[in-house]
Structure formats: structure tokens, C-alpha cells
Design a protein around this ligand. Structure first.
Ligand SMILES: Nc1nc2c(c(=O)[nH]1)N[C@H]1C(S)=C(S)[C@@H](COP(=O)(O)O)O[C@H]1N2
Ligand SMILES: [Mo]
Length: 426
């Protein structure tokens, strides 16, 4: 893991040098962000050390209605946070391996656009193509060899609220519990096929997919433009899909109709919905989504933040409501799910005594990278009263969920063991 982070940091530094030499463009990246980036690279010594933390996002504190989401959001399935809807983790208990569309979380910066598939086109453009810009209709994408892949999409801020409730140090952003994740069977064309057809230059380094939803304006009035985040060509050519189906049906409006990117194992923001165009560039690209957000900022991190986030972290959760009531002297079957962006889940342990002793849970699915594993364990509580249930996952890199997560101001990548409060009733 450490090796990864280091190589990403040096990659980032190399890009900054390219930017300073006029080789990279930073459309939509403010001066403050560039100063922060330059400070991170150690190239500007006169920059004030204490740059203000990025402002909280307007949409994350918007009205309580789930406004702009098309599908129904029944309260037994979702908790609404502004323009976003979180899946109640306990509502996954009755579902199978894949998350039904009716239950799948929605994270919208603005509102779900309604797009006419017949008129839709994906434009691929930029100096990283050997010829000119190319356009692909939906039928063109469907003529390419289809690939089906079961994978989760998880918001980088999933479980953010536990920085506050469990570590007493809140973070800015949507106060997600553990339900900003869903797993679906995605079907689509390979991004690599489309890039090659478009004439990918060997000199291309980055691609920037961009959504067709409205421009994103923060609470302080800054217009960030359309949602977009660069991907290195290495990832773009690896396992990224241009998905047009989700669980066997055309993508629903809220999840990116007609085409979204699926970037397996990476932070959800990489999987751009309502894809409209992709810029392919021979110089590194920046957007506010890889400079201002989706890096780790805070005491433990350099002033310019960490390298841009890539893979998700390791988590596990019980499919139980918070403060669930369970009767004593009854054998309960506790169920949950565990997942990692770094590899397959190989072990889940459960403690019903606050972390003193641990028992292995039974894994119900073969661990597969990029998707989750269901698990279960029986429990017969004896003592009536409050109790804490803990689950602790280990992945194929050998990493186990820690007791606490190092704080970052925007609350990304929470991975600590959760203390799930329940009440045992006599
Ligand atoms: N165009 C566009 N793409 C987007 C977003 C968005 O607001 N606009 N949100 C991103 C974020 S932050 C996440 S976590 C995922 C959520 O995907 P879902 O809404 O299908 O669950 O979509 C990503 N892609
Ligand atoms: Mo997200």
C-alpha cells in the first residue's frame, strides 16, 4: 500500500513540474488550488502554510427532499441528504449479491438530467488523439464487444459521519453512514476499445470524462463547471467500462442514462454519469475534483493534500438498523457485507463483547476484487441492555480494518471498525 501511495505522490509531483513548464493545463482549477499543489510539490516556499480548508459543498447541505432524483425514495430504503439518497444498509438484508436499482444509492452534485438516447453522442477529442475528434452514438458502443462486470460503486465519503460519531472529529460533506455503496452487474463497451478506435496517441497521459448534468456551483457561488475528473491512461486502458446497462436493464436516469463510466475499485467520483465527452490529453489534466476535493487534507497530510484518491478502502457493516432491538436468549443470525478497493475480502471477524474477543464470520461469497462479500454469524445474546457489535474485515493484501482512521478534513476513506449500537431486550 505504502509503495502505491508513494508512487502516486511522485506521479503527481511529476505532473506539477509539467504544469509549471507550461505542459499541463488546469482548466477550472483556481489559483489557490494551484498554489496548494505547488506547495505540495515543494516548489513554492513562500506560500502560506495554513491555506483554508476547502469550503463545504452547497449541494451537500441543500434541502432535505432528494430533489432532482427521479426514482422513488421510500423512507424504509433511503435516508435523503440534500440532492443525495443513502441506502439504508439494513434494507440490503433481503437482497442478493447485487443491489436492486430500487435500493441503489444516488449521489448527485445537482439534478438527474433527462437525456434522449437517440440524440445522444459521446465526443472523444483532444491532442492525445492521432486524428481529429470522434463521435460515437449509443448504437456504435453497442456494436463493440460487450463486457459484463459485477462491481461496486462507492462514494469516497461513505461512512464519513463516523469521523464525528465515533472519533469525535467531524468532517465536512454529506454525513453518510455506510450506505453510499451499491453493487451492480454493469454491461458496456471497454473504454480501451473506444480510445483505440478514436486513435489514441502513444503520447496520451490523461483522459477527462465529463458529465452532461448541470454545472456545479458551490454555496459561495464558485462555478466548478461540469462534473469531470481526470483518469490516467493506465487505468483507462485497464478495466474501465462505458456502461449502458445496470442489472440487465438500460441504465436508469439517476445512475447515468444512457452511458456512464464504471471505474472498478476506485472512488465513486471517477465513475462519471451521463457521459458527454472525453478529452484525451498528452499533458496532465486537472479539475476541481482532483485538486480541491478527493485528496486527503488535514494535520496528517501535506499542505497541498495527498495525491488524488484512486482506490477505495476496506470496510464492513452489519445489515442491521442502528440501535436495533434484539431479544436475549434467542439465536439471531447476524448478516453483513465487507468490501475493499485493494483486493478481495479474505476474512471477517465479529465481536459481540465490544472488541475483547473475536469470532470468524462465515463468508457467503467468494472474495472477488471490486465487489463485496456477504457474511453471517450466529449470536445468542444473554445480558439485556445496550451492546456494541463490531465487524472487522481483512483483504487479500493482508490489511485489516484499523481501530481508528486518521482524520482528514473532507472525511474520505473512513475504514475503522464500526461500533454498531444495539439493545438486547429481556
Ligand atoms: N456526471 C456526474 N457523474 C457523477 C456524479 C455527479 O454528480 N455527476 N457523482 C459522482 C459521485 S461523487 C459518485 S459517489 C457516483 C455515484 O453513483 P450513483 O449515483 O450511480 O450511485 O457517481 C459519480 N458520478
Ligand atoms: Mo462520491
Amino acid at each position: 500500500m505504502t509503495g502505491d501511495i508513494e508512487s502516486e505522490a511522485s506521479y503527481d509531483r511529476r505532473r506539477l513540474h509539467q504544469w509549471r513548464a507550461g505542459l499541463a493545463r488546469a482548466e477550472g482549477v483556481g489559483r489557490r488550488d494551484m498554489l496548494r499543489l505547488l506547495a505540495a510539490a515543494g516548489v513554492v516556499s513562500a506560500v502560506p502554510v495554513a491555506l483554508p480548508a476547502p469550503a463545504a459543498r452547497a449541494a451537500e447541505h441543500a434541502g432535505p427532499t432528494g430533489e432532482g432524483i427521479v426514482k422513488p425514495l421510500p423512507p424504509e430504503l433511503f435516508t435523503v441528504h440534500g440532492t443525495n439518497a443513502e441506502t439504508r444498509f439494513e434494507a440490503l438484508a433481503g437482497t442478493g449479491f447485487t443491489t436492486p436499482i430500487s435500493h441503489f444509492f444516488v449521489r448527485n452534485h445537482t439534478t438527474t438530467p433527462r437525456i434522449d438516447a437517440a440524440a445522444w453522442e459521446l465526443r472523444v477529442r483532444g491532442d492525445g488523439l492521432t486524428g481529429g475528434a470522434r463521435r460515437f452514438g449509443l448504437a456504435d458502443l453497442k456494436r463493440l464487444p460487450p463486457v459484463t462486470r459485477t462491481a461496486f460503486v462507492e462514494c469516497a465519503g461513505n461512512a464519513r459521519n463516523y469521523f464525528k460519531t465515533q472519533q469525535d472529529r467531524p468532517a465536512s460533506g454529506t454525513p453518510w453512514g455506510t450506505g453510499a455503496i451499491g453493487t451492480a452487474r454493469w454491461r458496456g463497451a471497454r473504454l480501451s476499445d473506444v480510445l483505440r478506435l478514436a486513435g489514441l496517441s502513444p503520447r496520451a497521459v490523461d483522459v477527462m470524462p465529463r458529465g452532461l448534468d448541470d454545472e456545479y456551483v458551490t454555496s459561495d457561488g464558485t462555478n466548478y463547471g461540469r462534473v469531470r475528473r481526470p483518469l490516467p491512461v493506465s487505468k483507462a486502458l485497464d478495466d474501465v467500462l462505458l456502461a449502458y446497462e445496470m442489472n440487465g436493464v438500460p441504465l436508469p436516469p439517476d445512475h447515468g442514462f444512457p452511458v456512464r463510466l464504471l471505474v472498478p475499485s476506485w472512488v465513486g467520483i471517477a465513475s462519471i454519469k451521463w457521459l458527454g465527452d472525453i478529452e484525451v490529453s498528452t499533458t496532465p489534466l486537472y479539475s476541481p475534483w482532483n485538486t480541491d476535493s478527493y485528496r486527503l487534507f488535514g494535520d496528517a497530510y501535506p499542505p497541498g493534500g495527498s495525491a488524488p484518491l484512486t482506490r477505495q478502502t476496506l470496510k464492513s457493516a452489519f445489515e442491521l438498523p442502528w440501535n436495533a432491538r434484539l431479544s436475549a436468549h434467542t439465536r439471531h443470525r447476524l448478516t453483513g457485507r465487507a468490501w475493499s478497493g485493494a483486493g478481495a475480502v479474505t476474512r471477517v471477524e465479529v465481536s459481540t463483547d465490544g472488541g475483547t474477543s473475536w469470532r470468524p464470520a462465515r463468508l457467503r461469497d467468494p472474495g472477488r476484487p471490486g465487489s463485496w462479500t456477504r457474511w453471517s454469524i450466529p449470536w445468542t445474546p444473554r445480558e439485556p441492555g445496550p451492546a456494541a457489535l463490531l465487524s472487522r474485515a481483512t483483504d487479500s493484501t493482508g490489511r485489516t480494518q484499523p481501530e481508528t482512521t486518521v482524520h482528514n478534513t473532507q472525511g474520505y476513506l473512513f475504514d475503522a471498525v464500526l461500533r454498531h449500537a444495539v439493545t438486547v431486550e429481556a
